[in-house]
Each structure stands twice: as C-alpha cells, then as structure tokens.
Design a protein around this ligand. Structure first.
Ligand SMILES: NC(=O)c1ccc[n+]([C@@H]2O[C@H](COP(=O)([O-])OP(=O)(O)OC[C@H]3O[C@@H](n4cnc5c(N)ncnc54)[C@H](O)[C@@H]3O)[C@@H](O)[C@H]2O)c1
Length: 325
C-alpha cells in the first residue's frame, strides 16, 4: 500500500515509517517540523507542511491508499496550561485533515490515540470498554477525534483504527530514530540521562500510592511493537476489517522503583533520584488489557522493559551524533 504518514518526522511516526517500508509499503511523510526533526525522516520522502494545508493535503491524498495520523502536540502538562494550542492543533487541524480525507478516495485511517482518553481508569487492566473520561485537554483532544472517527465511519464509510498507546518508549533497532522530545517529559529518557549524568537527578512524583512499592505503575511499550501494530492495523483495514479502537500495551505494569533498578542494571550506573510530592492528576496505576489487539490484529508486544531500556540507552548515547548531520 501507499501510506501518508502525518507526523512521520516525530518519534513514533518515524519508527512506523521504517516498519511500513520493511513490510513492503510505500511511504510519504507530511510533517511541519514543529516538534519533529528532519533527520528522523532521512531516507524517506518528506513533505514539509501542515496537516491543515488543504491544497497540499489534497495533492498528497491522490497519491496514497491510506493515512496514518501521528501529527499532534503531546505534552499533557502543557495542554493544561495552554489548552487552546492543543484544541487547535489536535482537534481543529485534525478535523481539517479529515475533511480532506472525506473529499478524497482514501477511506483507510489509522489514528494515534492514547490511554489518556480514559483518565483515571475505573478498572485494571484497562479494557477498550472502560468509560472514556479524560482529565486533561490533551486526552480530551484525542477523545474528540475518536468520536469524530466513530461518526464518520457511520456516515461516510471511513474505515479507521484508533490505537491507544500506553507509555511509548525505546528506540528503533537501526539506531536511526528514537525519542527526541524537547522539552523531554517522558520518564525513560529522563531516567537514562540521570544515570548517564547528562541530565539532573530523576524526580519521582510520589512514593505513597496504593501500589506494591508506593510508586506509580505504568505499561511501557516498545516503539517498534507500536509500529508493528500500525502495519497490522492498516493491512487489517485494507483487507476489509471493521473499524476498531484498540488499547496497545504489554498488559504488564512496572513501578518507577522497578524501572530505576532495571535502568541501573542495564546502564551499569547508579541512577540519582529524589522523591518529591505527587503530581496532580497522576493515576496510581495504568496498564492495558492486551487481549483485544491480539484477537483483532494478531498482534502482541514482543519486546520487554529490558529491551526498551537497552535500545533507549543506545539511542541516548548515539543521539548527539545523529542530529544536525
Ligand atoms: N509518546 C507517547 O508516549 C505517546 C503516547 C500516546 C499517544 N501518542 C501519540 O502519538 C503521536 C506521536 O507522538 P510522538 O511521541 O511521536 O510525538 P512527536 O512530537 O515526536 O511527533 C509528532 C510529530 O507531528 C508533527 N506535527 C505536529 N503538528 C503538526 C501539524 N499541524 N502538521 C504537520 N505535522 C505536525 C511534529 O512536527 C512531529 O514530527 C501523537 O499523536 C501522540 O499524541 C504518543
């Protein structure tokens, strides 16, 4: 298939591009480089532009069979302080992209959603059927697009997969792409930088949660596992599969204390860290029920937390050499 990948110069999109190409699909990337890096698209066709540029998108849609929509702003804390920025980029521009899709012949659409659409989960592990009650504008912006997809599939025959990632982490095996957010707010790069001495001591928000060791529990999923799920999802839709929303995680939660211990083991270094108070809105535990994705797509995560940390460490060490070349 020929696939338009919005946000393909970002972390997860650039990894998906490589897995699509490896599976024999053709890729064209559309990215405005607002948070992405053109180095991550090296070797692939990159069109620099905005998803809301209708003329540009109309032209690109003539060349493809499907869209994978990664482009968005992703920083939860920033979305609380500046919600307009998130509603504009994730909702308004997402709607503009979908307008262009509906006006085209393309009917296959894979959407980057998030476990943040659920807010504080009412049960664990988190199944697809839990109530969706996001607790921040980022999660609300993603839920809005999920609802748009649901109604466009009924009204316009749009075939979509809304893939709700848990905590994406790790780097592609080629060493060509990995996590490069600025500012970085995700735990694993921050933990590795603390261990390597290239960043400050890790702040652990809260050690008095009702979890096994008091720290937050999250489901870390390797970015290449996510990318493989995208390839399977687009192929599933192309083969006539029904529109679907799937939670993508490993099904296993890890606490921050466990993650710190494993980071020390993998890096061979002490990880300086300090416990500070809880952050508002952090649920104690989030982990996916992985059964539906396996049933629908025949997909399940293959890489464990050790592999996530190993690849992320390699990427952290290599990164300064990759960017700007
Ligand atoms: N990183 C995670 O743990 C995580 C978890 C759940 C969901 N997601 C979702 O996955 C997607 C990708 O996240 P990421 O971590 O790769 O983020 P990222 O910031 O690395 O990538 C986003 C890319 O989209 C581009 N972009 C943003 N707005 C655009 C626009 N209007 N037009 C064109 N390009 C635009 C950026 O330049 C960037 O390259 C996002 O939709 C995010 O909400 C990420």
């Amino acid at each position: 298939m020929r696939v338009l990948v919005t946000g393909g110069s970002g972390y997860i999109g650039s990894c998906a591009v490589r897995h699509l190409a490896a599976a024999g699909h053709e890729v064209v990337i559309l990215d405005n480089l607002s948070t992405g890096h053109k180095e991550l698209a090296r070797g692939y066709e990159l069109v620099v532009g905005d998803i809301a540029d209708r003329k540009l998108v109309d032209g690109l849609l003539k060349r493809v069979d499907a869209v994978m929509h990664f482009a968005a702003f992703i920083n939860v804390g920033e979305s609380v302080k500046n919600p307009r920025k998130y509603y504009e980029n994730n909702v308004e521009k997402g709607l503009a992209l979908l307008d262009a899709v509906l006006a085209s012949k393309v009917r296959t659409f894979v959407f980057s959603s998030t476990c943040a659409v659920f807010g504080v989960p009412q049960a664990l592990p988190m199944t697809e059927e839990l109530p969706r009650e996001p607790i921040n504008p980022y999660g609300a912006s993603k839920l809005f697009i999920e609802r748009v997809l649901e109604s466009y599939s009924v009204a316009h025959g749009l075939k979509y997969a809304a893939l709700r990632y848990f905590n994406a982490a790790g780097a592609h095996e080629s060493g060509e792409t990995g996590e490069m957010h600025d500012p970085e707010t995700h735990l694993i790069p921050l933990a590795l930088r603390a261990a390597l001495g290239t960043g400050p001591a890790l702040k652990v928000f809260g050690d008095d949660f009702d979890t096994l060791d008091g720290t937050c529990v999250r489901d870390y999923i390797h970015v290449s596992d996510l990318a493989e799920a995208h390839v399977k999802a687009v192929e599933y839709l192309n083969a006539g599969g029904e529109p679907v929303a799937l939670n993508l995680g490993t099904g296993k939660g890890s606490s921050i204390k466990e993650l710190i211990a494993l980071t020390e083991e993998v890096s061979g270094r002490k990880l300086p860290h300090e416990y500070v108070g809880r952050r508002e809105g952090d649920p104690p535990a989030l982990y996916a029920a992985a059964a539906k994705a396996e049933r629908v797509l025949g997909w399940k995560a293959k890489r464990d937390l050790r592999e996530i940390l190993r690849s992320a460490l390699e990427w952290e060490l290599k990164k300064s050499g990759v960017v700007g070349k």
